[in-house]
Structure formats: structure tokens, C-alpha cells
Design a protein around this ligand. Structure first.
Ligand code: FE
Length: 346
């Protein structure tokens, strides 16, 4: 592909130039490194990193932790932070870093050409590199007419059937934030109140636990991210994979706004000591092969249009995605939490 070869030639050329400038001077090749603060932890990411190192000659130093820990660390390190790139697996955590002014804007033709506008920050503060949808799962034996929209979840037909996570969960907050963006606060409040009233049990557990609830018979309907289901298709997830055929799924709002999306996301740090390499790394993540490693690592959808889906993700099928900018969604987070509290969605 023409994009890939020209990008990599330029990158490699720049690295060679750096080496020749510093050869024999005894100056350390700090230009040849990039420090990643990453909350990713997937086996397939090894190829992602080694390919970049081979193609560019830039060494990746990885500091891994959960996003909140990494953000706290960057904050504590301040202007002396060695962080070049921050990678998180959810946009709302990246927005926390944005609000703490830990990110630098990036202008890159590669990133702007390869990534759809709604998956990146309008000023280049962060870029989504893979996506997942928060959709409706249901017990095929129990639910004859599954909900087809998020709004349907609020219907009295589904009383006592729905399982969902706590309102402190960022995915749940992002979904309600998108409903606020599309329908307004009043409609979002009514929705949250009715869905809470339709629950089979108090909100609890992670997304996998919502899906397990269908298998155990406790839940007729569950709200969960696509990658938890795709992972259970691909590998053996306890108390889920063996009975996965029992679960049906609906991509909501296919005749309306499309299904709610969230992203795994990367950004350049405000005080990045190796800023050029950081930008090169983000650009590399948009290449076809890196997109595949990146999205396959967490059973997600690639952000770059046209990149092949992994086998487990492909089984879910193609669907209409909500193309609202995730920056707009993330800005409604505080309002969403207020609504959850007001309607008693604990
Ligand atoms: Fe998750």
C-alpha cells in the first residue's frame, strides 16, 4: 500500500540520519527511544512493538499499569515526566488526562487521513486506534422479541430482565453520555430511570459477569461491550464460553444513530522528551498491520476503515456505528453521573 511504504521509508530515513549525526560524538541516542505509558496488556501487542522497533530503529520502553495509576504518575512527574505516549483502553480515562493538561496536541497528515474524524480529538489531543461497541445481548431461549434500540430497554416489556454494570463504570457513563448528546438530559434521565426499574438484579460485576448472568439464567438481557463476547468466542472464558450459543446479540439503533462506540486511544504527553518519535509511533499504529495487531489484542474493531477484522470479531457481523465525536460524548460524563445518582442507578 502506498501510504505504508512511503511512511516507513521516511521514518527509517530519519532514523539513519540521527545515527549518522551522532556517530562518533559519544552522545547517547536518546533520539532513538520512545517511552510508552500503557494500560494495554495483550500478548499480541508484542508483535506491534517489535515491528515498530524493526521498521524504525526506535526502541520502545514500556511502563505498564492501569490508566489511573499512569495518569497519577505523569501528574506527579510533572515537567520531568519521561512519558512520550499514553495508551489507554477507554476514552473517558484519556479525557481525565486531557483535563489534567497532561497531553500535547498533534498535527499529523497521516493520523488525520487514516483515522475518521469522530475517533480523534478535534485539536489532536488524542487518537482512537481501535473501537468497540456497547450492545444488547439476550437469552435466545427466553427473549422472543429482543430490544432493537437503547430506548427499547426502557420498555415495560423487559421488566425484571436487564443486567447492567454499576453507574461508576466508565462504559456505562459513556453510553448514557451519548444518550444525553443525542436525546437531551430529560430523555436521558427518563431512560436511566426506566432501565434501572427493569433490572433483574442490582448493578454488579464487570461486562463478562453480565454475559454470565444470561448463561446462569439470572439475566434475560445484558448490556456489554462487544470484545467481552468476542473473547469468549475465541478463548475459554469460565462459565461463559461453553454456553455461548445461548446468547444472541443486537447492534442497537441501526435505523437511527447507530450503535454506541468507544475507543482504545493514544496520545502524546505534554512534556514528551521524544516527541517526534511519539508522533511516529502513533502514525505507525494506523498502518494496516499495526491496526490488526492493535485491534486483535483486545478483540476490537480497527479504527482505520477497510482493515480486516479478527475471526471472532467478524462473527459478530458488520453494523452501523454511531459517528458522534467521542469528545462530545466524554464532555457529558459529569452530567451522566448526576443523572445516575438522581435516578438511583447505583
Ligand atoms: Fe473493558
Amino acid at each position: 500500500m502506498s501510504f505504508k511504504s512511503s511512511c516507513l521509508t521516511t521514518t527509517f530515513g530519519a532514523t539513519l540520519l540521527t545515527i549518522s549525526v551522532f556517530a562518533g560524538t559519544g552522545v547517547s541516542l536518546a533520539q532513538g527511544e520512545v517511552n510508552l505509558y500503557s494500560s494495554r496488556h495483550y500478548d499480541t501487542d508484542e508483535r506491534l512493538y517489535s515491528d515498530f522497533e524493526e521498521q524504525t530503529g526506535i526502541t520502545i520502553n514500556r511502563i505498564e499499569g492501569n490508566a489511573d495509576e499512569l495518569i497519577a504518575r505523569m501528574e506527579a512527574e510533572g515537567a520531568n515526566s519521561p512519558a512520550d505516549v499514553l495508551l489507554t483502553v477507554d476514552v473517558s480515562r484519556m479525557v481525565r488526562a486531557e483535563q489534567k493538561q497532561l497531553l500535547a496536541p498533534v498535527k499529523s497528515t497521516v493520523l488525520e487521513t487514516r483515522l475518521p474524524a469522530h475517533l480523534r480529538h478535534p485539536d489532536g489531543l488524542w487518537f482512537g486506534f481501535s473501537q468497540r461497541s456497547r450492545i444488547i445481548f439476550y437469552d435466545k431461549a427466553r427473549i422472543e422479541t429482543p430490544p432493537l434500540t437503547y430506548a427499547d430497554l426502557a420498555k415495560p416489556d423487559y421488566k425484571g430482565l436487564i443486567c447492567a454494570r454499576s453507574s461508576t463504570n466508565t462504559y456505562q457513563i459513556a453510553l448514557l453520555s451519548s444518550i444525553i448528546a443525542h436525546e437531551g438530559e430529560e430523555a436521558a434521565t427518563n431512560w436511566a430511570k426506566a432501565v434501572r426499574g427493569n433490572m433483574a438484579r442490582a448493578p454488579q460485576g464487570g461486562d463478562t459477569d453480565q454475559l454470565r448472568g444470561i448463561v446462569s439464567g439470572e439475566c434475560g438481557i445484558a448490556i456489554a461491550n462487544t470484545y467481552y463476547f468476542a473473547r469468549a468466542l475465541r478463548s475459554d472464558v469460565t462459565d461463559l464460553s461453553a454456553s455461548i450459543d445461548r446468547i444472541g446479540w443486537v447492534f442497537p439503533d441501526q435505523s437511527g444513530n447507530g450503535a454506541h462506540m468507544n475507543i482504545s486511544v493514544g496520545a502524546v504527553a505534554a512534556n514528551a522528551p521524544n516527541r517526534d518519535n511519539a508522533v511516529k509511533f502513533l502514525e505507525y499504529l494506523t498502518s494496516d498491520s499495526a491496526q490488526k495487531y492493535f485491534s486483535d489484542g483486545n478483540d476490537e474493531y480497527p479504527a482505520v476503515p477497510g482493515v480486516a477484522l479478527s475471526a471472532s470479531v467478524a462473527r459478530l457481523g458488520l453494523f452501523r456505528q454511531d459517528a458522534i465525536n467521542l469528545s462530545t460524548v466524554a464532555n457529558n460524563s459529569a452530567k451522566a453521573t448526576e443523572i445516575f445518582n438522581a435516578v438511583g442507578w447505583e
